[in-house]
Design a protein. Structure first.
Length: 504
């Protein structure tokens, strides 16, 4: 019997889309301003998932170099047809609506083609595109009509659709309105499915926060008209005490043993009012049943965490970066130097701090609510350290160099620092995320960061920082926590990385 772990993918993995090919499942998620972009995970049992590659591994596939925070790779749809994987996505504030292909989901993927408007003046204007094929082979791109530029920017126009010539990547018509949902804000994330002679249109409504949910309609054609399901929303945690909130933005798939499943995003908030989601939007899964009236029913999302994990990387033997490393608006390989020293990774600082949109920062997603990361560094020729990043205005770091170590919290325009001298340039820097203690009352935050340094075998605690300031609700972020090493000036030598955590 399949164990449905939740989260299915821990940490910053929002907007999941899944496809079954033979006896394997492939899952894609959003990455926004990070590269490599759009990770692809594979599973043969729906329990264990392996990161096999990314869609965007080369400069230019996504134009994220200059996108504002929250821009970039939004909400993919992953499908497979006639031996080819297809992925459609919006590169928001970047290139526009894109179509990528690959014969192997691990890559390499194509450079990405713009899906052009009928007049060829630019890409179709919308987000969260879905791709589906009619019985006669007609290609349908169904999307949320959000205006991303020009007059009326930010306006939602409901769920729209165009027929597309996929050879020329051009719409064959002006967008048509299909359905606007049941009245919830931000109808988006459409997916079309043919099931037993009918076409089902599933969407997200209510915004990706506490009002989030999934609704569905059906018709006799992929073009509609669509009849609204009487039991909508199919999924929502709004106004409940469930430990997984914001559930929505789902995709249906036939799972092991012929069971139907829905993968969807959600968050795991903590605090007295469960107000702060430290890890941002993660990928979850839940069971689907088809009722006698032909409508699907989706079970509430239950929390079933995996065992804790530990990652140890010794850069004297790890001479290539694994697939989990990501960087901000640039590729990891463009900032990580594994040639300067045979026993270490070197980051070359150029004056950019973590306040910069393109910092010299090499990170990995925080996957667990209770988490500890240690990085061993040599800062004899540079200044840098270890940081937790939500974006350039929300980050926490411990920075060393010049005989001192600084613990720092940056929250919007507020900065607080704690400084201590250190006699050594060879250090271990620590950032730990620990559960909050109620202190005689209810806990008031998601977690607490503990920042420390070990020099000459002696550990010194520098600061404790309220974790709510690096949560999706405070930063109003689409991403999640990414923990990484960084350099500000000179050469920061990283010899070892250790990360361990669990969800207790």
């Amino acid at each position: 019997m399949t164990t449905l772990y939740n989260p299915l993918l821990n940490g910053f993995h929002p907007d999941p889309s899944v496809v079954r090919v033979g006896d394997d499942w492939f899952l894609a998620t959003s990455t926004f301003e990070y590269l490599p972009g759009i990770p692809i995970h594979r599973s043969s049992d729906f329990e264990n998932w392996e990161l096999i590659g990314h869609v965007a591994t080369r400069e230019g596939q996504l134009a994220v170099a200059d996108v504002p925070t929250a821009g970039g790779a939004w909400a993919p749809t992953l499908r497979h047809r006639d031996g080819v994987f297809h992925l459609v996505i919006t590169d928001a504030m970047g290139r526009g609506m894109l179509h990528f292909t690959a014969t192997d989901a691990a890559g390499p993927w194509s450079d990405g083609d713009l899906i052009l408007k009928q007049d060829g003046t630019g890409s179709v204007d919308g987000i969260d595109p879905d791709i589906a094929w009619g019985e006669d082979g007609t290609v349908y791109i169904t999307f949320s009509g959000l205006l991303l530029s020009g007059e009326g920017v930010g306006q939602h126009l409901g769920i729209q659709q165009v027929r597309v010539d996929l050879d020329r990547h051009i719409a064959l018509e002006e967008p048509r309105s299909l359905w606007s949902g049941t009245g919830g804000q931000f109808p988006e994330a459409p997916h079309l499915y043919p099931v037993d002679g009918r076409w089902y249109l599933m969407i997200a409504e209510g915004g990706t926060e506490r009002g989030h949910g999934i609704s569905i309609a059906r018709g006799d054609s992929p073009e509609g008209p669509f009849e609204t399901a009487p039991q909508n929303p199919l999924v929502s945690a709004r106004s409940t005490i469930r430990p997984v909130q914001n559930t929505g933005h789902g995709d249906l798939v036939i799972g092991p043993d012929g069971t139907w499943l829905c993968v969807l995003l959600g968050v795991r908030p903590r605090s007295m009012t469960r107000a702060f989601s430290a890890l941002g939007r993660e990928t979850f899964v839940t069971a689907v049943r088809w009722e006698d009236d032909g409508w699907p029913a989706i079970d509430p999302v239950l929390l079933h965490a995996r065992p804790g994990t530990r990652v140890d990387i010794d850069f004297s033997t790890a001479r290539e970066l694994d697939r989990e490393w990501i960087a901000v608006r640039q590729t990891p390989d463009s900032i990580a130097d594994l040639d300067a020293r045979a026993d270490a990774l070197v980051l070359h600082g150029d004056g950019r701090t973590l306040d910069d949109p393109r910092p010299v920062f090499l990170g990995r997603r925080q996957e667990h609510l209770t988490n500890a990361v240690t990085v061993a560094v040599d800062v004899s020729a540079g200044v840098g350290g270890l940081a937790v990043r939500y974006d350039e205005r929300f980050h926490v770091e411990i920075e060393a160099g010049g005989g001192a170590v600084v613990a720092r919290a940056v929250v919007a325009d507020l900065v607080q620092e704690w400084t201590a001298p250190v006699a050594s340039d060879v250090l271990e820097l620590h950032i730990e995320s620990r559960p909050p203690h109620a202190g005689g009352g209810f806990p008031r935050t998601s977690d607490v960061f503990h920042l420390a340094v070990t020099a000459d075998g002696v550990r010194q605690e520098l600061a404790q920082i309220d974790g709510r300031f690096l949560s999706s609700e405070t930063a109003e972020s689409f991403t999640g926590r990414v923990i990484g090493a960084y350099a500000v000036a000179g050469d920061v030598v990283v010899t070892r990385w250790t990360a361990k955590g669990d969800d207790e």
